[in-house]
Design a protein around this ligand. Structure first.
Ligand code: HSE
Length: 412
């Protein structure tokens, strides 16, 4: 694109105001914000009232504006806005993971039809350039897994729990620091991590999945008992978005994990995110950076804006390979389940129990469980179950059956 980028910015919250500053400070040539649209005129902001418009049509109907940067909280309003922007022939940069995870294929079709770009590096893991790396560097189908800490708020809360800060205070701090979503349930129950996982699966494997096809287990039910268990075993607790390609199946989910010292996410603290990719030939690689907050997220948005200057768009080169893949829940994993009600552990459906503990007011078991049984526990919806995945690979049923056959054989 040889023309000057004239930006219409929608939203001036944590990331929007950050972008304004970052763009000015970066000295990026050939890109200027022409119009900023916000929703609430009465809100106190860092710029004078005259700097703002209140109608998106001031951007959409302005033929001079060729790029819409969408940075609002409301994913329903963002959906309408982005569609209108595409139809008006404008490129869109967004960091709205919920919007993109829920409507990616439809929005892509519309962007393609209108010959415009849709870029969203800021939507996954803040400042970490993971989408473009998955697109450009890992542009063949040899990736076998992608996993990571993709939510700064929960990582902040979990990190602070190691210093004795209670859940409510740590969440309040994360909100104060501008890490949390307007509705922090999205963070703590693992939805935000799931939206990001949808995008990682799309760009890592070429597979389109809907957010409601993936299970997410959050961190809300983790108590001091689990924190003590982690300390005792030398683990740390991290909320991981995780997707593994096994044959033609992709197993994907979000859940808290106990990670040991050998895990690349072990030392990743506070609002830092980490994405770990595993390739057939490259082996394991770690991307690390701030995953939430005004400037780090704005830096990814800035990078998208600057990419538009050379007509960049995602090519989705793995889409054909992705058509041969399917999402699967047919796998087993090692988990810890803790609860004040020991009887519920009997109902959990462990395939094999490794460890069992029961005191007057708390009980836990660790063992192998099928993912379907784990998902059926609906842990986000209940108060009494803390589920944390233990270190180890996901196992396909064939392997589990083969191993139990071996055990039987050995005991005869
Ligand atoms: N609430 C998100 C987080 C913001 O905590 O990671 C960045 O996507």
């Amino acid at each position: 694109m040889n023309t000057h980028l004239k930006i219409g910015l929608v939203g001036f919250g944590c990331v929007g105001s950050g972008l304004y500053e970052v763009l000015n400070k970066s000295g990026l040539l050939g890109a200027t914000i022409k119009t900023i649209v916000v929703k609430h005129p009465e809100k106190k902001r860092s710029l004078p009232k005259e700097a703002f418009s209140y109608e998106v049509k001031d951007i959409l109907d302005d033929p001079e504006i060729n790029v819409v940067v969408e940075l609002i909280n409301d994913s329903v309003a963002a959906y309408e806005l982005v569609k209108r922007a595409f139809k008006a022939g404008k490129h869109v940069v967004s960091a709205n993971k919920k919007l993109i995870a829920e409507h990616l294929d439809e929005l892509l079709a519309l962007a393609t039809e209108n010959q415009v770009s849709f870029l969203y590096e800021g939507a996954v893991a803040g400042s970490i350039p993971i989408i473009r790396n998955l697109e450009e560097y890992y542009n063949n189908d040899s990736l076998t897994s992608v996993e990571g800490i993709t939510n700064g708020t929960t990582n902040y809360i979990l990190t602070q729990s190691n210093f004795g800060v209670d859940y409510a205070s740590a969440l309040a701090q994360a909100q104060e620091l501008g890490f949390a979503e307007a509705d922090p349930t999205l963070d703590v129950d693992g939805f935000d991590s799931k939206f990001k996982l949808v995008l990682l699966i799309k760009h890592a494997f070429g597979l389109s999945v809907e957010p409601n096809q993936l299970h997410n287990i959050g961190i809300r039910r983790i108590t001091e008992k689990e924190i003590a268990y982690a300390t005792e075993k030398g683990f740390r607790i991290k909320l991981l978005s995780r997707a593994e390609k096994i044959g033609q199946e992709v197993c994907g989910f979000v859940a808290p994990h106990f990670v040991d010292r050998t895990h690349p996410a072990f030392e990743v603290n506070n609002e830092f995110n980490a994405v770990i990719v595993q390739g057939l030939f490259s082996d394991r690689q770690l991307f690390l950076g701030k995953g939430a907050g005004s400037y780090p997220t704005a830096s990814a948005v800035l990078s998208d804006i600057s990419a538009l200057k050379f007509d960049y768009r995602y090519e989705y080169r793995k889409s054909d390979a992705g058509k041969n893949l399917q999402l699967s829940e047919q796998f087993y994993l090692n988990v810890y389940i803790g609860t004040p009600h020991a009887v519920t552990l009997e109902e959990a459906g462990f395939e094999e129990v490794y460890e069992s503990f029961r005191s007057r007011d708390y009980a836990y078991k660790t063992g192998l469980i099928s993912f379907e049984k784990l998902a059926a526990l609906q842990t986000n919806a209940r108060e009494d179950l803390a589920v944390i995945v233990l270190p180890g690979a996901l196992q396909k049923p064939e392997l589990v059956v083969a191993e139990s056959a071996n055990v039987e054989f050995n005991t005869h």
